[in-house]
Design a protein around this ligand. Sequence first.
Ligand code: FPP
Length: 252
Amino acid sequence: MEAPATALSGGSGSLVIPAHVAIIMDGNGRWAVRRGLPRAEGHRAGVEALRRTVRIAGELGVRYLTIYSFSSENWSRPRSEVLDLMALLRRFIRNDLAELHRNGIRIRVIGRRDDLDADIRALLDEAESLTRDNDGLTLVVAFNYGGRDDIARAVRRMVEEVASGTLDPGEIDGDCLSRHLDTAGVPDPDLMIRTGGEQRISNFLLWQCAYTEFVFSQVYWPDFGRDDFIAAIEEFRHRERRFGGLAAQAAK
Ligand code: FPP
């Protein structure tokens, strides 16, 4: 599914804004270590960068912002770091939900809920239900999310529907699978930004990124600011998206 891009007029002309930006917020740990701080301080600074980025995305006219805040593989980190990340999510929802709601932001959460603590599940449910009817930026929080797990769970749901007679196997195609993913109803990302210098997808939105443009930033996530965001969008703007077709010139 594609969403239309918007154009923003600014001092330097108009900037085409991708409708959906996904971000792998990497580099928190290295940011902290470089300052002689515990890794937890990097994640805390990462939440500040997240607040800033949500604000900037809204101002620029991005419609969907998806953030990779805890992957299904992050459970393998030291227990203390896992607990820190869980605590940060709790604090983020408790402290920021009212303001996000006031600003018209709609929250969607993707990822497996069943192995999260009950109080976290309740907070995620509350964030989604409170903001369900908002029509501003949609903030998609990927928490306990893995792309392969998302696809596997979608397949399981389709198989269950086939078994119960509500889905005809002949109707199963790419669109059908998309509708069974956690991201159902969310357009595929136009732009994926990964901070922190690594260049890989790390099991994020595997199905949804089939035609997404990737921009890799050297900046550690806690330092990612407005100029870095705009630079990534500028780079996106110069890409020619062909979706498997031909370049505009060659097609003539
Ligand atoms: C990767 O950096 C980042 C994460 C695993 C977590 C991202 C989380 C946040 C930005 C804050 C939490 C936000 C919410 C809403 C809970 P890394 O630690 O792998 O960095 P490194 O590669 O430098 O070690």
